[in-house]
Design a protein around this ligand. Structure first.
Ligand code: TXA
Ligand code: MG
Length: 324
């Protein structure tokens, strides 16, 4: 059931209504295959300012612009051969490409936080695609949570965080991948991994036939030397303890794999068979579910760094980082 008046099931009427809201400069949350996004018309400065205000997001952290396809993306960014090849292979999908911003793109300056580059993605979710085509606008959409908190994978998560502050939440059920897109910067011939995500590094490297560079400073700082690389992010209310092999009193357990230590408190196994792809789907929902009254700390079992494990461990490291 929708949890409040602003939530509507994403049928064609609701999508048409949401598109009208977006064209008028209002904010609409919608599902992509990764997480729910908080969408606004990327050409409308007032609407974009509203996204930053609603999320409590620092203005130096630029937004991803969502488009239906590569052809539309070329109106906003400059695609060299490498960028076009990557979009051709992985779009629509969980890959965001950071490319030089096109002169006269018409995008609000705030979308790119004044940078010369722009992050573009074509999402692979039928409702996101329908909304983009109905709105006939590029849609800036960060994850639809308060800045620094755990990303939403259901409409209920969005409604709980932002429900009464936005025009509408389009409910498409749980998002199929559960983790944000992989963000790649394309710099000449090279691709640089700016944020690990729902498209595994190995898959991109196999396609390109070369290893991806990794961007410094890789989340080791709370000073914004690189956008979106803040150390503390994706954080539940409770503390997070990594690489746990046992569970203390007052702790909840986020387990992984078949061999789980005893736990009297709340617990959830991300993948009893030890499958990192399955674990990624449930990660954020599990962090939210374990973040209950009386739980001081969420103890997290070790997760391998292979495949989507890289992105899972990135999010968990930020959830566990000291909070400012
Ligand atoms: O899966 C996703 O990517 C979701 C869905 C809604 O599409 N969106 C999302 O947006 O995760 P957000 O705003 O939570 O994360 C966007 C990331 C941030 O780390 C930001 O710093 C980075 O993309 N980014 C955006 N523009 C950039 C740019 N021009 N240069 C470098 N990084 C950029
Ligand atoms: Mg986010």
């Amino acid at each position: 059931m929708p949890s409040d008046m602003t939530t509507k099931f994403a049928d064609s009427n609701a999508i048409a209504e949401a598109a009208a809201h977006l064209r008028e400069g209002a904010l609409v949350a919608f599902a992509t295959e990764t997480v729910y996004g908080l969408g606004a018309d990327a050409t409308n400065s007032k609407a974009i300012a509203e996204i930053f205000a609603t999320k409590g997001r620092p203005r130096f952290n630029p937004l991803i612009v969502h488009v239906p396809d590569l052809e539309m993306a070329k109106n906003y960014g400059v695609f060299n051969a490498t960028a076009a090849k990557l979009a051709g292979r992985f779009w629509p999908g969980a890959l965001t490409l950071v490319v030089p911003k096109r002169v006269g793109s018409g995008l609000a300056d705030l979308v790119t936080a004044g940078l010369e580059s722009v992050a573009l993605r074509s999402p692979d979710h039928p409702h996101a695609q329908a909304l983009l085509r109905a709105a006939k606008r590029p849609l800036a959409a960060p994850s639809a949570n308060r800045s620094g908190a755990v990303s939403p994978t259901t409409a209920e998560h969005v409604a709980r965080d932002l429900g009464d502050t936005i025009a509408m939440v389009l409910d498409s059920g749980p998002t199929p991948l559960g983790l944000e897109s992989t963000v790649l910067g394309v710099d000449g011939e090279d691709a640089v991994l700016l944020r690990p995500g729902a498209l595994a590094r190995e898959e991109i490297e196999r396609f390109l036939g070369t290893p991806l560079k990794t961007a410094p400073p890789n989340g080791k700082t709370n000073t914004p030397t690189a956008p979106g690389q803040l150390a503390s992010h994706y954080a539940p209310r409770a503390a997070v303890r990594l690489n746990a092999t046992d569970v203390q009193t007052g702790e909840a357990l986020l387990a992984f794999g078949p061999h789980v230590p005893p736990c009297d408190g709340p617990h959830y196994n991300l993948s009893p068979t030890g499958d990192v792809t399955e674990a990624a789907v449930h990660l954020f929902a599990a962090l939210r579910a374990l973040d209950q009254n009386g739980v001081t700390t969420i103890a997290v079992m070790p997760i391998p760094e292979t495949g989507l494990g890289e992105a899972i461990n990135d999010r968990l490291a930020r959830a566990a980082a000291p909070r400012s």
